[in-house]
Design a protein around this ligand. Structure first.
Ligand code: URA
Length: 306
């Protein structure tokens, strides 16, 4: 990227931050300028030195079977055109070196961090919430949109729902840093005139933002996706059945197995053991798909008497 481009970008961002700190909530920008700002920056190859390796999801211990009729996922996921929501183009997944992949991910991040495609969200947000975790993860969780805590910290799932998601990940024997976590929307949906509360993303906001998520998935190439709640499913698969019907049933997102499950916020609202058990059963299916070992204790979480 040229120095002058970066300098211009920095100056623009600094100017906007200054206006925002003085209380400005919007600026007059021509449609032409908005269009230009939303274009990807000029490309210049920039090597990035990384030495990350693919997450070690423990392999199945030798000799331990998994029952009949199982479907195993080959390590190198293949892409098939499937269930593509309108407007999403298929892209051939060409293998990238670790360096190329990290550079592509960093370039994507740079674009997303300065996105102003939704003027209302760009002016109300504190931070863009790009995503967090291991870009070589085999397991990726997709949520709806940042809430107030995520907006403040610039990281997905750090509020109460996030704490529960972290517990779920840990119960699977993993850490947040083993997986990748992102949302359909990278900005917090604004709630003008309200000092608190969240709102669901509009279909227009989802259509604008979801291509970034598709790019993240294309780069990470997880072996399994988990969609947390109805909005995540809608963003990935388009309009489909409700979450109550979908959860627990494997779907496919461009060749990658996708498990729809309840959003952790739903579990916070509905504390019934039966609902927790449903989400846990979905996670057991995910572990099985990833050929992770499952202990007796894990199998019995949230069953009666445990
Ligand atoms: N809910 C979401 O869907 N995503 C977050 O990042 C936080 C809460």
């Amino acid at each position: 990227m040229s120095v002058s481009y970066n300098e211009l970008l920095d100056a623009t961002i600094q100017h906007l931050e200054t206006l925002k700190s003085r209380g400005a909530r919007s600026v007059a920008v021509s449609a032409e300028t908005l269009r230009t700002l939303s274009q990807p920056p000029p490309k210049v190859a920039r090597p990035i030195d990384v030495s990350s390796t693919r997450t070690a999801i423990p392999p199945l211990p030798a000799g331990e079977g998994r029952g009949e009729g199982e479907s195993r996922v080959p390590t190198g996921s293949k892409i098939q055109p499937a269930n593509l929501p309108l407007g999403i183009q298929t892209e051939t997944r060409t293998p990238k070196s670790a360096t190329e992949k990290a550079a592509a991910f960093a370039a994507l991040r740079e674009r997303v961090m300065v996105c102003v495609k939704c003027a209302n969200l760009a002016s109300s947000r504190k931070n863009v919430v790009f995503g967090v975790g291991n870009i070589d993860a085999q397991l990726m969780f997709v949520g709806e949109a940042p809430g107030a805590d995520e907006d403040a910290q610039g990281e997905p799932f750090v509020g109460r729902a996030g704490e529960l998601l972290t517990k779920i990940i840990q119960a699977m024997g993993l850490q947040r840093s083993d997986v990748y976590i992102a949302n359909i929307l990278k900005c917090r949906p604004d709630t003008p005139g309200q000092s608190s509360g969240n709102r669901k993303p509009t279909p227009e906001e989802m259509a604008v933002c979801v291509p970034y998520l598709h790019e993240q998935i294309d780069l990470i190439q997880p072996r399994v996706l988990v969609a947390l709640g109805a909005t995540a499913i809608e963003g990935l698969l388009g309009k489909t059945l409700g979450i109550m019907k979908l959860r627990g049933n494997w779907k496919t997102y461009r060749g990658t197995p996708l498990m729809p499950t309840f959003h952790p916020a739903y579990l916070l609202r509905n504390q019934a053991m039966t609902e927790k058990r449903k989400v846990w059963e979905d996670m057991l299916s995910v572990m099985e798909k990833l050929e992770m070992p499952v202990s007796e204790k894990q199998k019995n979480y949230f069953t009666r008497g445990s």
